[in-house]
Design a protein around this ligand. Structure first.
Ligand SMILES: [Ca+2]
Length: 682
């Protein structure tokens, strides 16, 4: 009896001096957090600190706006504001990648603004920042637990020894309820491993030093500039890619490295434009290296690729799809160029078939179709059946599942995943089951295979189905990033290696392989197709997503191209850009800085399809064609801001601009004996 009285007293004092103040502290924390999160609380009201005369949030914003290079319009441009009353400082991290320090006394920018790529560090010093619910998630359940324990008399939880004094049943009930509340607190109170009850650092999905950004780079093959919903496509729906655009940024003047596959990939991988690139055309390796029966002319062992940069930075690197930069066993073998894992087609020509006999896993050939289906055959008369051209294993599915396995395996470590998909490159080889989702009325005329590729009874439906397949594949990759909860630290880039399929000579009703970019308005009003340095051959869709850094649904008209990706990704992962590259970092532009200007010109030097050169400097583009023949055409000059369709040649009216462009071209073109291009007048 006496002992029971003692425990009651202990309960009373414990409640009065421990539990209630503890609950009050937690509740206060909850309210403070709530106040910061609620949308109707204006930033100006969010002053704080008793001994410190700091400025309000509006003054902070005003100070940031006073620095035009930061590109600040409103709070949406601020990634994180970190206030440190004890130091009298605020640190602002901006979506544009800038980081600034502000003096809280007068709201002035204290330190020169700096841009960092490794700009993430843990917060401390009792700091807080807008837009994060993590502390609330800790405080609220903890406060509830303490109060409920008090109200329900679960003081036993505080004084476990006293349980013994109670009847057994009550003790069991007490423990069970206590465990329930602890479980509840743990579930809601700790949404992340990094957060403990009293930790002042917030949960952040931004990477820390130990957790750098991942990169997923998706390359479509021969996808035209206007073949996605977000780029104005009306007939083919691309919901996953459109969602990607709505969650990230869409560039309207992004260009591929070249008008065809291999050189475009070379520019992407090495960061050098075609004037300096090792590979300027789709040359089969066997022309110079007879020992290789498949694959394209290899990049050299001196070439330093994007993948090598990632690999040297400790990233897991994987490429899944179509390579095209050198045969297995050559210097251009993907495993010699920075990719730890490769699965897919080494040779572009074999990728014309979606049911090939073999695919490559690194240096091992994997048989996937004992009865392969060719990408090319003789033209057919009579009725054409798509079912005739179906094999056992659909290569794109196999490639996608290998890529997914790579993602599953490496989701918890930094990775660079390169996905050069083969869609929608001909042959017309979609899964037959997909054809019925497109209107019968589209296909009154079958494609008989007049320009060498497989025939198809419904070429328009087939082409749309291939783009749908591409979109679905991207959707699968995005879903996997979400599943692994790495969306916010994974930059996803989607683009295409060149423009929509060009015309062929024998079946004028269709372009090569049965493609019909006129019907689909695949290049909108742009001139030219794949194989041309006109806009239709090189201007491509480009979508990039990095939640938290790239503003959702933004659009940029900054002229940019494949040579820019090396410096961009180097900056993203905090690496030095190698010397001698041709592009600029697009990172600030991706992140919404409005002040980025392009100074270096963009250059294309292309020996094939008659021999062509082009340079874009400012809004002007200078083009010359027919350079491989005896009578090259004259210079063509276009103002792309007013004439993106390149209809009005200004060369005669602005000879000084022609001279300027020619001068740039000559200075940007290196000798390349394997891929020579001559500009007359040298
Ligand atoms: Ca291509």
């Amino acid at each position: 009896m006496k002992l029971n009285l003692l425990t009651r007293r202990i309960h009373y004092w414990a409640t009065a001096f421990v539990a209630v103040p503890f609950a009050l502290v937690l509740l206060t924390g909850t309210l403070l957090q709530l106040k910061k999160q609620l949308p109707w609380v204006q930033p100006t009201e969010m002053r704080g600190g008793k001994s410190f005369n700091w400025v309000g949030f509006q003054e902070v914003l005003g100070a940031l706006k006073n620095r035009p290079e930061l590109g600040i319009q409103d709070w949406n441009d601020v990634q994180r504001l970190d206030i440190r009353p004890s130091k009298g400082l605020a640190k602002a991290i901006l979506h544009s990648g800038w980081e600034v320090q502000l003096d809280l006394e007068n709201g002035q920018v204290l330190q020169q603004a700096i841009r960092r790529s490794d700009w993430i560090e843990s917060l401390h010093d009792g700091s807080y920042f807008a837009g994060n619910w993590s502390k609330l998630g800790v405080f609220l359940p903890a406060a509830i637990v303490v109060l409920v324990m008090w109200i329900t008399g679960l003081w036993m939880f505080w004084l476990p020894f006293a349980v013994k004094l109670r009847r057994k049943r009550a003790a069991v009930r007490t423990k069970a309820i206590a465990i329930f509340w602890v479980f509840l607190a743990a579930t809601f109170g700790a949404p992340s491993r990094e957060t403990s009850l009293f930790a002042s650092q917030p949960i952040t999905s931004q990477p820390t030093q130990a957790q750098p950004y991942n990169v997923v780079f998706i390359l479509a093959d021969d996808l035209g500039w206007a073949e996605l919903g977000s780029y104005g496509q009306k007939k083919i729906s691309t919901p996953h890619l459109d969602r990607l655009a709505s969650e990230g940024v869409r560039f309207t003047e992004h260009y591929s490295g070249a008008p065809v596959c291999a050189p475009s990939r070379c520019v992407l991988m090495t960061g050098k434009h075609l004037g300096h690139a090792e590979i300027r055309g789709n040359l089969q390796a066997k022309v110079n290296f007879p020992e290789f029966s498949e694959g394209q002319h290899p990049i050299s062992s001196q070439a330093y690729t994007l993948a090598e940069m990632f690999q040297r930075s400790g990233y897991k690197t994987g490429a899944f799809g179509k390579w095209g930069l050198g045969p297995v066993g050559s210097t251009g073998d993907p495993t010699e160029q920075g990719f730890e894992q490769f699965f897919g087609y080494n040779c572009q020509a074999i990728a014309h078939s979606y049911y090939p006999r073999f695919l490559w896993r690194n240096r091992e050939s994997i048989e996937i179709n004992p009865k392969p289906i060719p990408g090319h055959t003789k033209p057919e008369e009579g009725e054409i059946a798509a079912e005739r051209w179906v094999g056992e294993t659909y290569a794109p599915y196999r490639i996608l599942s290998e890529a997914e396995a790579f993602l599953n395996e490496n989701a918890n470590q930094p990775f660079f995943l390169y996905l050069p998909f083969i869609q929608p490159h001909v042959a017309m080889h979609p899964p037959v089951s997909e054809l019925s989702s497109f209107p019968e009325s589209w296909d009154e005329v079958p494609y008989r295979g007049g320009n060498g590729y497989l025939p198809h009874p419904r070429p328009r439906a087939a082409y749309a189905a291939m783009i749908k397949e591409l979109d679905t594949s991207v959707g699968r990759i995005l879903a996997l990033l979400k599943q692994h909860r790495i969306e916010e630290r994974t930059l996803v880039v989607f683009t295409s290696d060149n423009g929509a399929t060009h015309a062929g000579s024998k079946e004028p009703r269709f372009h090569v392989g049965g493609a019909d970019p006129v019907f689909f308005e695949s290049t909108a009003d742009l001139k030219g197709y794949k194989g041309s340095v006109y806009e239709g051959g090189i201007r491509v869709p480009m979508i990039a997503r990095l939640p938290g850094r790239i503003p959702a649904g933004s659009v940029s008209d900054l002229p940019s191209y494949f040579a820019d990706w090396f410096p961009t990704l180097a900056e993203l992962i905090g690496q030095q850009t190698p010397e001698g590259l041709d592009g600029i970092s697009l990172l600030p532009e991706l992140c919404g800085a409005s002040s980025v200007k392009r100074r270096p010109p963009m250059v294309w030097v292309f020996p094939e399809y008659g021999g062509q050169v082009a340079v874009r400097f400012g809004n002007h583009k200078l083009v010359r064609r027919g350079l491989a023949g005896k009578n090259p055409s004259g210079w063509e000059l276009y103002d792309l801001k007013s004439d993106r369709g390149e209809r009005d040649n200004l060369a005669d009216r602005f000879p000084e601009l022609v001279d300027e462009g020619v001068k740039i071209l000559r200075s940007e073109m290196e000798e390349n004996p394997i891929f020579p291009v001559r500009v007359p007048g040298e």
